[in-house]
Design a protein around this ligand. Sequence first.
Ligand code: IPE
Ligand code: IPE
Ligand code: MG
Length: 220
Amino acid sequence: MTIPRHIGIIMDGNGRWAESRRLQRALGHKQGAEAFRTLAYYCRDIGMDYLTVYAFSTENWKRDKSEVSAILRILEDYLIEAIEKMAREGLRMRILGDTAPLSERLRKLIAEAHAIADTYTGFTANLCVNYGGRDEILRAAKKSSETGKTFEDCLDTTGLPDPELIIRPGGEQRLSNFLLWQSAYSELYFTNTLWPDFTPKDLDKAIKWYNERDRRFGGR
Ligand code: IPE
Ligand code: IPE
Ligand code: MG
């Protein structure tokens, strides 16, 4: 069995998970963060190099203020935890996306997490926050023309291999602006399981499915 070096996950279905239990949507996001924590350790343990998850899109600001602030609060708590433990646990955490509109407090925590991640190598979990594939491409094009660096070196994912596999739980079959440039030849796996219910067993299933694909990259 080949373990992909890089898997992308669109963490969808938190709201429906909560609503089906008559809970507030924020509790679905909290449970979704738990699912992420468990899965990140699992990805580290099976020898993957990168896990990139979609946590908050450039379009998600359209939601109620209370839901947006609940998501950003959970992110803040998560970053505080990561800063405290990630070096000890052999996990590097990075944030992808346009962090400029985030609060100063969040941006400071992100800078702190990145500074720690820079001091060692190993498994990296990338959390996409205020991330949109189109926005990333526009920012990269602008930066590339201003600095003369190559376009790919200006993407948020600079230095990472493209994801071999992208997983979307939650039942929808679309990318919703996730890794538009990097997903050109990714295998796409969809499942009805809602993100908070997604376990390492579900990841195993997706990896097994990935191993049955014939990746041609336009060749024959
Ligand atoms: C994904 O879950 C998390 C974010 C988009 C922030 P949703 O909140 O989209 O959950 P559903 O799709 O409404 O169930
Ligand atoms: C995609 O989910 C964004 C994240 C999981 C962060 P959405 O719930 O926002 O996507 P749509 O609206 O169903 O396309
Ligand atoms: Mg959704």
